[in-house]
Design a protein around this ligand. Sequence first.
Ligand SMILES: [Zn+2]
Length: 309
Amino acid sequence: MVQDLTLYREDFDLGHSDLAPPWEACVIPWTMDMDPGIEEYKIFTDGSKWNEQVGSGAICYDSNGQEEWSFSLRLSNNASVFIAEAIAILESIKRILHINRICSIFTDSRSVLMALASYCDQTSIIEEIKLILKDKRNIVLCWVKAHVGISGNEIADSLAKEATRRETIDINIKFSKRWLKNHFQRVIKERWQQRWEFSLKARYTYDLMPQVSTKRCFGDFYINQFLTGHGVFPVYQMRFFGKNDICHCGRDQGTITHYLYGCPTFNQIRQGYFPSNFVNLGLLELISLPKVRVGLRLMGQFLLQKCLD
Ligand SMILES: [Zn+2]
């Protein structure tokens, strides 16, 4: 169940595309070179998500390979791994702002590097990194392959994982547009599912399709009558218009089951369009077969004519 949240305008990171004129937009280059120059500092950064909890970690080595500092910060749960990777870089940059020699920041997140190298509107964290690095040419961003045993990267990875297990949140992340969109989609779907489960209407269709889905769409006039039980069937005609509910063949009530599996009027259609094992198949399985759908439309047309006679 999606939790109820009360959020305000200031809780959201909606980007700043309306503030920065295009000529002020900048991009930050990055390299795949593991050793881009004579570094004073080598910093490895990483982000991680575990059990819905998110963390950022980084470790900094001096030119002698000695650890200078490290951090392990837990972010609020709404942060994505992308944000966690970006925060690891941003927090590292803040710690080396005063240093004027070359510093290399290593990350295994290509998506963050590509966001920094893009002119497109980004989250405010990416924009903040861009703004700082624009004038700090001594800070070099490098891509490093993850999980290939590079010790600095492995340590940053464990620091980020360790952060996800911390009890308290160190940095509250604003809600992104993407998070908001996903959240609304989840809420809408949950409410739709609840309405579908507790409604007193359309229980025949509910038994066929108890789970709501945005990926399913039936738009055929005749097939939809089989899926809803509404329309041409005598049992429906009796419920709504008080007509006789017995099939024109006189053998049974005019139900969907009767027409699919029993009514002798449609023996030829069943032979021509249904698979030989049709008695073992449910309505949805039958409808999934294109040839059966043709047969069902013919049945629907015939029954409609009977209704109008
Ligand atoms: Zn019949």
